[in-house]
Design a protein around this ligand. Sequence first.
Ligand code: KG4
Ligand code: ZN
Length: 414
Amino acid sequence: MLILNKTARVFSKPSKRKVYEFLRSFNIYPGTLFLHKLVLGIETSCDDTAAAVVDETGNVLGEAIHSQTEVHLKTGGIIPPVAQQLHREHIQRIVQEALSVSRISPSELSAIATTIKPGLALSLGVGLSFSLELINQLKKPFIPIHHMEAHALTIRLTNKVEFPFLVLLISGGHCLLALVRGVSDFLLLGKSLDIAPGDMLDKVARRLSLIRHPECSTMSGGKAIEHLAKQGNRFHFDLKPPMQRAKNCDFSFSGLQHVIDKTIMQKEKEEGIEKGQILSSAADIAAAVQHTTACHLAKRTHRAILFCKQRNLLSQSNAVLVVSGGVASNLHIRKALEIVTNATQCTLLCPPPRLCTDNGIMIAWNGIERLRAGLGILHNVEGIRYEPKCPLGVDISKEVGEAAIKVPQLKMKI
Ligand code: KG4
Ligand code: ZN
């Protein structure tokens, strides 16, 4: 450590990578000299091939990502064999790139962490087989990663957040509320009973043919809805948030999607246009669906905060709510959640947008967290399998529902 500090003074404002590079010019390898933990993270659970090298202090030494969004936008959704093929084509290059940007030799790695659950079977399989080969070559420990655990812990890389905290994970494939009590200690408070909000927004965007909209053609469905909603008037459509009578923390989005489908069909008739053309009221519909989604997410999250406080699972005055996943980059949704956290004396934290969506950094960081806690580090990978379906933590959503907490009405003036 002494050497590191002395050397660091050579640079006016030294980044850890620069120090590593400087040391390496003398053939000094920090990985061995300082026993600094370095983890390579690999993510292929859905439609992003991503890798990163992160050190134990949260420094990102290198990262690379290949997104398949453009391909899937054209085919109108993810086709698993296509996703698998694209992962196969890019994984070697992406991992290589992350390693070379980080300028470490693979022998310096402390471990390799890879998403093995939950996700698309064919996609998970590519990441796992690639990682197992790498582990065999390098003789490194393997840390299997739960994709949602990684999303939940990302905030501890960017902010000083102690356990416990509440997390709302909202993406194209997931929707859950959980209390994070430790690195792999989660209480599941609620989840979507059908589809995830990102999936619903993607379907609505497709039904509205937003890919043909000149301003939205390269955007994901959710982003396109957010973009268009800014030009719309949400009061032109009266959509009701789902599950208003169920006093639990579960979510539902498929009913809302069907209502919107019907509304669009009706509007197409009124405007005399064919399916596939863009409605003049598309922006109003986008604004209404975005707001209704925000209100639904806010209400369930509000109840989760009250439940945790009632049971002393969270601090009364210092609680933290973390929101992550692709949908968390939506500013309207963030504002709705901010109204809830302000009303409940909580702090709302969101990782920066590039860490909200799938990436390799969160997987590598989860590896670091597990290394530090000494949890789930495998030296023998025999029998390891990917798991397309895998719940997160202990499910107490029934107990949450039985508590039937009434949530005070908040004005969602956004
Ligand atoms: O976390 P993510 O990159 O991948 C997984 O689904 O795991 O999230 C992608 C989802 C997509 O459904 C996309 O439409 C949605 O996040 N999304 C958004 C926004 N940006 C991406 N939804 C709402 N508003 C956004 N700005
Ligand atoms: Zn994700």
